[in-house]
Write a protein that binds this ligand. Structure first.
Ligand code: 5GP
Length: 214
């Protein structure tokens, strides 16, 4: 039996707010045991349904800024309305070392910062089927004020220009189709030769001998 040992790799999934990257990531994580998500830290208020340590680590601006000085984050960004969001460096490194493929579901500024440091990560951009649908989704979600929704919508228009920095783009029209496309990308990525760390094809002499006995 040919055995391969593969390095875990980083999967950066981003796209405008409302494109549905969170829902896509949840489905991927349920179906693939080699995948794990990095848990980000943020200063934005916790939503009622969110769980500390699972959805985010929630903290204060002071603590976040202290952690920035301590080089605690792999990347961080001020996303909407001056709230900080950041990826804890150690969490990602530990998960990669444990052999997981680690998903970062982050905004576009953060993805670009990671791209400057880590060239061999996989960069996937999630698009909504249309800008009108994006606006509907942001409104329907009902978690933000009208002013915040408008800010997210305007940012989305500018962010789409960054798409050429990514490796793949997936339009999230029908959720199951979008998940299947991302899974196909991951299968291809896992088969890349440069992801192999060790290849064991067995001992040639033993194999020749076995064949002769038959
Ligand atoms: P939300 O407030 O809706 O949970 O997230 C707002 C945006 O922040 C989303 O686009 C989300 O992907 C992004 N985000 C979440 N965590 C991080 C992070 O660690 N770093 C960066 N740069 N963006 C993040």
């Amino acid at each position: 039996m040919i055995k391969t040992r593969k390095k875990g790799y980083l999967i950066v999934i981003s796209g405008p707010s409302g494109a549905g990257k969170g829902t896509i990531c949840s489905s991927l994580l349920k179906r693939n045991e080699k995948l794990i998500e990095s848990v980000s830290m943020t200063t934005r208020p916790k939503r009622e349904y969110e769980i500390e340590g699972t959805d985010y680590f929630f903290t204060t601006k002071e603590d976040f800024e202290r952690k920035i000085s301590d080089d605690y984050f792999l990347e961080f960004a001020t996303v909407h309305n001056n709230e900080y969001y950041g990826t804890p460096r150690k969490d990602v490194e530990d998960k990669l070392k444990a052999g997981y493929n680690v998903i970062l579901e982050i905004d576009i500024q953060g993805a670009i910062k990671i791209k400057e440091k880590i060239e061999d990560a996989l960069y996937i951009f999630i698009l909504p089927p249309s800008m009108k649908e994006l606006k509907n989704r942001l409104v329907k979600r009902g978690t933000e004020s009208e002013e915040k929704i408008l800010a997210r919508f305007k940012t989305a228009y500018q962010e789409i220009n960054e798409i050429n920095k990514y490796n793949y783009v997936v339009v999230n029209d029908i959720l199951e189709d979008a998940v299947a496309k991302v899974e196909a990308i991951l299968v291809a990525e896992t088969c890349r030769v440069d992801r192999i760390e060790e290849l064991d094809v067995g001992n040639m002499e033993e194999v020749i001998h076995e064949d002769l006995i038959k």
